[in-house]
Design a protein around this ligand. Structure first.
Ligand code: ADP
Ligand code: ZN
Ligand code: ZN
Length: 737
């Protein structure tokens, strides 16, 4: 037997593969790329992925260790997934082991067997004998269940009050038998019919249908309430007809319940939802259902983009501009950008939807690289909301609200409608201060103020989670006049309840909607008919349909207007329109009031009067002029350390290294130069006790940037004396503060 080694990807930061001897008794033909194996790596036992078998290795014979165990008989990751993993590894400059780990649910990463996804259940026997008489009404009720549906999970039946003894009795009568299988989500028979499309929707659908079966990126730019989802649904219907699986990606867990329901009602096929509310076993089950092709539609948040779907025929990515598609730690991938690559590899279309597309996407659509479809009208009878900037300059405010705004709210609730008041700040008050000496409650570990919360009463840092009690006296001058300054959702909800004593107030933010259940209960409350005031953060802004909201008030939009982030205005505009889009989505027209100190801000006016597109075109011109994305490609190296000087030194070294390996402009042979900005401190320099520094890198050509980053990462790994510094590379960062 000839010598060979098994080359594997190990989930560690070292950007290379590792060679091991095969386990005893295995044949070379047993090893297939994509199988999991157990390896000893230093002191650790890790789950690795087989990449190949090789006859040559650089590892000296006496250093070669055998693999401990092969975990899978067949590959868990397909050749296509392994190739996508290679792309991720190259593009985000992470080790192949780390990126392949992303593609597996936690239980499979830990080495669990696929069998752990199976559940005990019961099924009606196909070979039923002549029907015996069933004793007792419970027995009959149980049998009725099996007449309705052949397969049941054991837990579903016990939850309905049936006992194991009763089930065993039916099994003895040879009516049913025990099973172990994947729990396939229930489907409904009474699928709801599609809506007749309006002409714009029809035009979009007609343009999309011919794209099924080939790679194409399409942007569906449709104002909020224009019926984008209906277009998705009808396109999906066709993909399902062709026997394809469909992946639908949405920004946040909050979006999923309503969306999932809509999909289940429309199609009589198993729909699997993957979101952060699932436990590890449910994730594994969802993964298996998709992998085996039994789930026909997957609806999920960011990480669902890696789910294997062998018959994938279409990807829909809703709210494509949403930053939650970008992972903010570990491998900082963009689920949108990865989905584009995945669609290309699979030769299928991908549909991006948004009312407020990211400038990167819009630029691609405007230049003709993407198919650009527009829905300019609201669907059905809904009218677009009227938007108004209300200047609060030199105006008295009551509980943060201007008089005319209060009067308007009054009108709407008196008419039995709902009003949504948006403030992007949770807690009771953003400041807790002493009026006598000017003391402010600050976080000890961050350059940030502590937020006052009432229930439970505490001072809380929203950046590092530090919490402390609320002092009754100023720690500096011992004055007892310490007090809350400013307004968060909690205080605003209290104040509004006081101002409108007979109007129910519902607050929706991360504190009240901590769990999925809590969130759904709040949504159920909001869907009750009658007057109501909703107070919330951007949690409220996303995708939810609130048919009775006829007025939206936006407080404190000003913060974003002067952001140091070059995407500040883009993101503010997106947020304003998303929130505004909650108004008047049903038969009643809506109005939106934006309180601002800068009512003559040109870009804000452009947005209000001419819409997102007009603003976006102006912003794109600015970006072109400044050579910012999408007209250049950006990466950011961030470093943080309890030692301020060290973080900066590391980035200085990185900068020098990059300059060294970049040819001077005159010798670059026409290559686009690498532009370095920094190192400079992050806006909030100290967070959780660490000083944060950043180095920004821009290049007009993607290849020009990426060719420098691999050597840079190797250089950083080779640096000595920086063990107190944590660093990471962020490709196409969405947050540059
Ligand atoms: P978007 O996702 O573009 O914000 P939705 O798809 O949620 O909008 O649609 C908004 C509302 O319009 C929904 O209640 C939907 O049922 C309704 N709707 C969509 N298309 C039509 C149509 N062709 N005719 C009537 N109502 C429609
Ligand atoms: Zn004081
Ligand atoms: Zn803090």
């Amino acid at each position: 037997m000839s010598f060979y080694v098994v080359r594997v990807a190990v989930p560690v930061p070292l950007r290379r593969s590792f060679d091991y001897l095969p386990c005893e008794g295995s044949q070379r033909a047993d090893w297939q790329a994509g199988q999991r194996v157990r390896v000893q790596f230093g002191q650790q036992l890790l789950t690795a992925i087989v990449l190949s078998t090789e006859e040559q290795t650089d590892v000296p014979a006496n250093k070669l260790k055998p693999l401990l165990e092969r975990l899978d008989e067949y590959p868990l990751l397909s050749a296509e997934q392994l190739q996508l993993g290679q792309w991720l590894s190259r593009y985000y400059h992470h080790s192949i082991g780390e990126v392949l780990e992303l593609m597996l649910p936690a239980m499979l990463r830990r080495g669990s067997s696929l069998d752990e996804a199976l559940e005990d259940g019961w099924q009606r026997r196909p070979d039923q004998p002549s029907m015996p008489t069933l004793r007792g009404s419970q027995q009959q009720a149980l049998w009725q269940r099996f007449e309705q549906q052949a397969n049941w999970s054991h837990s579903a039946l016990t939850q309905q009050g049936f006992s194991l003894a009763q089930l065993r009795r039916l099994a003895e009568l040879e009516l049913i038998e025990a099973t172990r299988s994947l729990p396939v989500p229930a489907t409904t028979d009474d699928s709801k019919p599609p809506l007749p499309l309006n002409p714009e929707q029809q035009k979009a659908l007609d343009a999309l249908l011919p794209e099924l079966g080939r790679f194409r990126i399409a942007l569906l730019e449709g104002v909020t309430g224009s019926g984008k989802t209906e277009v998705y649904l009808q396109l999906i219907a066709e993909a399902l007809q062709r026997g394809q699986q469909v992946m639908v990606l949405v920004p946040e867990i909050g979006l999923t319940p309503q969306t999932v329901q809509r999909f289940r009602e429309r199609f009589g096929v198993p729909v699997v939802a993957v979101h952060s509310g699932l436990n590890d076993r449910e994730r594994l089950q969802a993964w298996c259902l998709c992998h085996e092709g039994r789930a026909r539609i997957l609806i999920g948040t960011r990480s669902a983009v890696f789910t294997p779907m062998p018959q994938l025929g279409l990807i829909v990515l809703d709210e494509e501009h949403d930053n939650s598609f970008k992972q903010q730690d570990g491998v900082r991938y963009s689920a949108r950008d990865f989905a584009l690559v995945r669609a290309q590899k699979a030769a299928i279309p991908i549909l991006l939807g948004s009312a407020t597309p990211a400038l990167e996407t819009l630029n691609n659509a405007l230049s003709g690289r993407y198919l650009h479809l527009k829905l300019t009208q609201r669907a059905g009878n809904a009218k677009p909301p009227g938007m108004k900037l209300h200047s609060t300059l030199h105006q008295p405010l009551t509980f943060g609200l201007a008089q005319p705004v209060i009067a308007k709210i009054q009108q709407h609730v008196e008419a039995g409608r709902q009003v949504l008041v948006f403030i992007n700040r949770r807690g009771y008050a953003p400041l807790f201060a002493c009026p006598d000496c000017g003391w402010l409650a600050e976080c000890r570990r961050c350059d940030a103020r502590l937020t006052l919360h009432q229930s439970p009463l505490r001072l809380h840092c929203h950046h590092c989670d530090y919490q402390q009690g609320v002092p009754g006296f100023c720690p500096q001058c011992h004055s007892d006049k310490v007090t809350a300054l400013g307004q968060g959702t909690e205080r605003l909800a209290d104040d509004l309840a006081r101002m409108f004593p007979d109007v129910p107030v519902t607050r929706i933010d991360r504190d009240t909607a901590r769990t999925r259940n809590a969130f759904e209960e709040l949504l159920a409350e909001v869907h009750q008919p009658g007057k109501r005031i909703l107070v919330g953060t951007q949690m409220l802004a996303k995708g939810h349909h609130f048919p009775s909201v006829t007025m939206v008030v936006i407080l404190d939009a000003d913060a974003g207007l002067f952001s140091a982030d070059f995407r500040g205005m883009e993101q503010t505009a997106q947020l304003i329109l998303q929130v505004a889009g909650r108004a008047g989505r049903a038969e009643h027209p809506g109005e939106v009031w934006i309180q601002t100190l800068y009512a003559d801000h040109p870009q804000l006016n452009l947005l209000i009067n001419d819409g997102y597109h007009a603003l976006a075109e102006t912003l794109l011109k600015e970006r072109l002029y400044q050579q910012l994305p999408p007209y250049s490609h950006m990466a950011m190296l961030r470093a943080e350390s309890p030692n301020k000087a060290l973080a900066e030194q590391l980035l200085q070294q990185a900068r020098q290294y990059l300059q060294q390996i970049s040819p001077p402009p005159q010798a670059s042979g026409g290559l686009a130069p690498l532009v370095l900005v920094g190192p400079f401190p992050a806006i909030m320099e100290r967070r959780a006790g660490r000083f944060r520094q950043q180095l920004q890198m821009f290049c007009a050509e993607r290849a020009g940037l990426h060719s420098k980053l691999d050597p840079l990462v190797d250089f950083l790994h080779s640096l000595k004396g920086f063990h107190q510094v944590r660093w990471h590379l962020d490709i196409d960062p969405v947050d540059t503060l």
